[in-house]
Design a protein around this ligand. Structure first.
Ligand code: MN
Length: 257
């Protein structure tokens, strides 16, 4: 008797033609039935955007490979609802070209695809590869497949995704994995370059150096810097529970509203 392999939906924000996506899908095929649904072009920093005000197109590029005109979040929804027509056992997003650490997770299309999977009740993993222009994906793909196996066996805590970041090192130099919390970006990090366009108008370019604070003990930033694969459990409930009590007396101040 053959058991059906678990269905794994693979998405990213670098687009369907990214070699990071290809490397991930290849290693996941050893453990599951992989269906790729990814944007038809780059959707970096797409965050958790969903497309509500224009139609979306889906193109089948091959057996189990689809591109869409939408965002990573659109891709997960189209993948689950329209293409698979059932919940996959797992959503894996990546392998992103570039790390998604600390505060940057809220900008990330890669992480948001995993958030959408989580919101749909599907265990989800986001995988990102540190690097600068050139990226090696072998370790990240291998680790992703092993983590996927663990998640298929054990599940994940409720409303929680795994955010995985792999250091820019040869396989033999990677020191193992660390379970981490998200680090913090330093406040002056978001450099904005100001310049003048050929028509004399000022323009601004957000980006530049992404500096992280020096508090790195136990964080994803610290783990990747030290040569470990970082695995952060990220919870989707953004409520600050301590603040609930601290702000409670505001209710009485507004009793006349
Ligand atoms: Mn990306």
């Amino acid at each position: 008797m053959t058991t059906a392999k678990p269905k794994i939906l693979v998405c990213n924000d670098d687009g369907v033609h990214s070699d990071g996506l290809r490397a991930l899908a290849e290693d996941l095929r050893a453990i599951g039935d992989v269906i790729i649904v990814a944007p038809d072009g780059e959707q970096n920093a797409a965050s958790h955007a969903i497309t509500l005000h224009k139609p979306l197109r889906v193109t089948q590029l091959g057996e189990g490979v689809y591109s869409t005109s939408g965002t990573p979040t659109d891709c997960v929804n189209l993948g689950v609802i329209t293409i698979l027509k059932e919940r996959p056992a797992l959503v894996v997003s990546g392998i992103n070209k570039g790390e998604n650490l600390g505060d940057d997770v809220t900008y990330s299309g890669t992480v948001s695809a995993a958030m959408e999977g989580t919101l749909l009740g599907i265990p989800s993993i986001a995988v990102s590869q540190a690097g600068n222009g050139r990226f090696r994906f072998a370790v990240a793909a291998r680790v992703a497949a092993r983590l996927a196996t663990m998640v298929l066996e054990r599940g994940l805590p409720p409303d929680t995704l795994l955010n995985v970041n792999v250091p820019d090192l040869d396989g033999s130099a990677v020191r193992g994995i660390k379970i981490t919390r998200l680090g913090r970006r330093s406040t002056e990090a978001n450099a904005i370059i100001e310049n003048v366009d050929p028509r004399g108008r000022a323009y601004y370019w957000i980006g530049g150096n992404r500096l992280f604070g020096s508090e790195t003990e136990g964080t994803d930033v610290g783990a990747v810097q030290a040569g470990y694969v970082s695995v952060s459990p990220v919870h989707l409930d953004l409520t600050n529970y301590q603040a609930l009590a601290a702000l409670l007396d505001w209710e009485t101040r507004f009793s006349d509203v």
